[in-house]
Design a protein around this ligand. Structure first.
Ligand SMILES: NC(=O)c1ccc[n+]([C@@H]2O[C@H](COP(=O)([O-])OP(=O)(O)OC[C@H]3O[C@@H](n4cnc5c(N)ncnc54)[C@H](OP(=O)(O)O)[C@@H]3O)[C@@H](O)[C@H]2O)c1
Length: 274
């Protein structure tokens, strides 16, 4: 793992986004502000929204690929990645292109992209560790993880990374997809799981909130803004998540056992445990 800083100058890129859902729309706004040209293709018809944003929306994926993008940015849900890639007529690519993805798991897209893309396509696997909520006031000091899986065109890769590095001020962290998934299972997946448990419990603000409880309410609300597809993808396509779910369950059981053990030690608690 290394924190990096790239030195070459930035260029305006033609970026084609596949999957124009909430996260892609959020990224596209900053990219447009930086002067990049954005095109998009998605399962849903986003023509009107794209028109308002200044993005060219293609209903026809062949025409989208023929638009000769410098970068194709994959922003589909984790669980639909393989299915989406199957529908892309990769033979329509006119020239070597950089494929980048932003999926919140990294080993899975790495494997799939290496499998399906033509040998002449470069591959950059990335995970911006922020979203529309945490990044709403800018991306400065937020972390951007990336793995240069197969890069020959250094100039395009560097220009793409600079979207996050220079102009947006992200902390750039280069690490392997495996390292990312290990850490993300122990951090992001656990965060989402706790948020979903709190939502299942229907926790609500009270007149006597502590600061700690307000943090939990915020966590619940932020987590529930993300789709269940995103959350289930963190589990289904990160091989380290299952173990972390088991660790969480075991930790909960241990804490419960300690509390119940206390009940047996303490006198005069009949009124609580009855
Ligand atoms: N939200 C975040 O804070 C965040 C942060 C970092 C990375 N990411 C990653 O960014 C990606 C997009 O996230 P998201 O928040 O926008 O929501 P998401 O629910 O993870 O993905 C929504 C996107 O997936 C597409 N999609 C879903 N099922 C599909 C299918 N069967 N066939 C074709 N397309 C399908 C949707 O297309 P349509 O809209 O056309 O239906 C939409 O573009 C995910 O991989 C996520 O892990 C998200």
């Amino acid at each position: 793992m290394s924190v990096s800083s790239s030195s070459s100058s930035s260029t305006n890129l033609k970026i084609g986004i596949i999957g124009f859902g909430p996260f892609a729309q959020f990224l596209a706004k900053t990219m447009i502000n930086q002067g990049h040209t954005i095109t998009a293709a998605s399962r849903t018809d986003y023509s009107e929204l794209c028109h308002d944003l200044g993005v060219s929306f293609f209903r026809d994926v062949e025409a989208f690929l023929e638009a000769e993008n410098d970068v194709i940015l994959i922003c589909t849900s984790i669980v639909s990645l393989s299915e989406v890639l199957k529908t892309i007529p990769l033979h329509c690519l006119k020239r070597p292109t950089l494929f980048a993805d932003v999926l919140s798991v990294k080993e899975h897209p790495r494997e799939v992209l290496l499998q399906v893309l033509p040998e002449h396509s470069d591959i950059l696997c990335t995970h911006p560790m922020f979203g529309p909520e945490s990044g709403k006031n800018g991306w400065k000091d937020l972390t951007f993880v990336y793995d240069r899986v197969r890069i020959r065109n250094e100039a395009t890769c560097s220009s793409f990374l600079q979207i996050f590095e220079r102009e947006a001020g992200c902390i750039m962290l280069e690490m392997s997809c495996e390292e990312h998934d290990k850490m993300a299972a122990r951090s992001q997946f656990i965060t989402h799981t706790i948020g979903r448990i709190l939502s299942e419990m229907e926790i609500k603000s009270t007149p006597i909130n502590t600061k700690g409880f307000e943090t939990l309410i915020q966590l619940k609300e932020n987590t529930m803004k993300d789709s269940f597809d995103l959350y289930s993808g963190l589990f289904l396509h990160n091989r380290f998540s299952k173990q972390e779910l088991e660790n969480l369950e075991l930790a909960f059981k241990n804490i419960k056992l300690r509390l119940l053990g206390r009940v047996n030690e303490v006198q005069d608690l009949d009124y609580i445990i009855r």
